[in-house]
Design a protein around this ligand. Structure first.
Ligand SMILES: C[S@@+](CC[C@H](N)C(=O)[O-])C[C@H]1O[C@@H](n2cnc3c(N)ncnc32)[C@H](O)[C@@H]1O
Length: 258
């Protein structure tokens, strides 16, 4: 279901990803939980025997690189020409420009569909999952990660509260918060949820450049740039006074089987 939040998400996303290609990768590739990034965590849900993987809403292509192995083809698919151009500079593809709502892929032809953040961005979720179910082979796997509200430590909450106070808004996604209704929608399309796990990642901010990298990666369709500047300046000043800070990024990983 799409949210009725008054935001023209199609126009916002088109401009955001044209102007800020690679913004998600710039943060998530440096976000650390234990010894790994969220991309590595998603890749761990993919069987080593999978030879064809479709990465939905691939952005600048981090999952294609994370999943690369001999004998495997990872097809990166995204709507944004800017993201795909950056992906093509970084690795060889294949890259496909298409809408997750109309996948140019044969029925029952894919072993695994992955998506990092795609399920909270490409909407409506029910239509995306219908397409995923159509292209997966019987026994095929959907593995996705999405931003979550928890887990968080008290010190994480304190820092996020300070940043959100400068923004006067919270980052948003086009899709439902915490992928509400996800399991029911999966079932409706013949997919069975087999895992629902959470992990906490942190992005380290050592100065203004890192603060800009973090803030520029967020969808803030109703926030004036002056508010974003205020949040960047807050982080910069805090680092100058107390040393590096770690911004929390709670993530959820969902795995389903057709
Ligand atoms: C937050 S970015 C995540 C990119 C990448 N997966 C990552 O984690 O670094 C979301 C991506 O979804 C893409 N996207 C949005 N709507 C889409 C749609 N309907 N079909 C395909 N891609 C879409 C955007 O162009 C963008 O690259």
């Amino acid at each position: 279901m799409s949210k009725d939040d008054g935001v023209d998400w199609a126009a916002y996303l088109e401009q955001f990803h044209a102007e800020r290609a690679g913004a998600a990768e710039a943060v998530l590739s440096r976000a650390v939980g234990g010894d790994h990034s969220p991309y590595r965590w998603l890749a761990r849900a993919v069987s080593v025997s999978a030879t064809v993987v479709l990465d939905l809403a691939c952005g600048s292509g981090p999952m294609s690189r994370e999943l690369a192995q001999p004998g495997r083809t990872v097809i990166g698919l995204d709507l944004s020409a800017g993201e795909l151009a950056l992906a093509a500079q970084r690795s060889s593809g294949p890259w496909v420009r298409a809408d997750a709502l109309r996948l140019p892929v044969r029925d029952a032809s894919v072993e695994v569909v992955t998506s990092s953040l795609g399920l909270v961005v490409a909407q409506p979720l029910g239509e995306v999952l219908a397409e995923v179910a159509r292209v997966l082979r019987p026994g095929g796997v959907l593995a996705a990660i999405a931003p979550a509200l928890r887990p968080l430590w008290p010190r994480d909450v304190e820092l996020l509260t300070q940043v959100n106070a400068r923004l006067r808004t919270r980052p948003q996604f086009p899709g439902p918060v915490e992928l509400a209704g996800f399991t029911k929608t999966l079932q409706h399309h013949g997919l069975k949820r087999v895992e629902d796990a959470r992990e906490l990642y942190h992005f380290r901010i050592e100065g203004r450049v890192d603060a800009e990298t973090m803030l520029r990666s967020l969808y803030l369709p109703t926030t004036r740039w002056s508010r974003v500047e205020a949040a960047i300046e807050y982080l910069e000043a805090r680092v100058q006074r107390h040393g590096p800070v770690e911004i929390a990024i709670p993530m959820r990983r969902l795995v389903a089987i057709k």
